[in-house]
Design a protein around this ligand. Sequence first.
Ligand SMILES: C[S@@+](CC[C@H](N)C(=O)[O-])C[C@H]1O[C@@H](n2cnc3c(N)ncnc32)[C@H](O)[C@@H]1O
Length: 294
Amino acid sequence: MHEPVMVAEVLEHLAPGRGGLFVDCTVGAGGHARAILEAGATRLIGLDRDPEALEHAAAALEPYGPRVDLVHADYRRLDDVLEARGVAAVDGVLADLGVSSMQLDAPGRGFSFRRDEPLDMRMDRTSGRTAAEAIREADERTLADVIYEFGEERYARRIARAIAEARAGGGIRTTGELAELVRRAIPRRGTSRIDPATRTFQAIRIWVNRELEGLDAFLTRAARRLAPGGRMVVITFHSLEDRIVKHTLRALQATADTGLTIRTKRPVVPSEAEIERNPRARSAKLRAAERQTS
Ligand SMILES: C[S@@+](CC[C@H](N)C(=O)[O-])C[C@H]1O[C@@H](n2cnc3c(N)ncnc32)[C@H](O)[C@@H]1O
């Protein structure tokens, strides 16, 4: 099961005890959503692009009945979702970005190199290209750029070359094939505990799901939907995302008509005890902002 990260910190900054309408833009297994409802939110709209995650959320949030409205949607369509419901403003927005451990661990999704299975990696399996298709269609230069930029992988060119060569000889269909190819393409480095395929897998996942595209526009739309006194909380899991969130919130704060004030000068990080309990929380960073009342 997916354990929600920094629940106490989310509640502190989102302040659902005020009541009102909250939007969980990445409802996942519903862990944060449940905490928000328990803390006093009157209603919650939960979005997720993954229909399987929504099934888990529906089961977890069933006790809250009509207070919850779950929607299969990309958060970049937040305005459409709110307009379809006649909602002009909301009291809080949460975005807990990236993939869930549920998605990473579920067999058959193709996110993990710990199993050999078809290389899919789509969070939303109802649309878009699988990772295997995207890799097959991209040129070597694009692959190298993706792996370098989204994986911060210094051996990106070597890996892209190895992928291009493998393609010429029949293609890469499974997670196991890709992981093996990456491990062979880059020099062994001493005693690192991290599998050398980790960075490439992260890069391809971010690329296939277009995770960074439109994140700034989404944050801007979400900020503009906040009612006076409304709060916004964003959790990221890698530095590229956190940088976008940091810069976008700063730009919004500097734009007087948004009335937005950043509540977290520095990103909030999980406690040692939480990291001990849930190692996936290690790279989480939380940033929050508030729309002023006047
Ligand atoms: C880290 S998990 C969220 C876990 C959730 N907070 C919980 O308590 O269970 C991220 C979720 O966001 C979803 N997601 C990622 N990108 C999305 C997007 N662009 N639009 C909607 N959902 C997205 C994923 O499918 C995944 O279920």
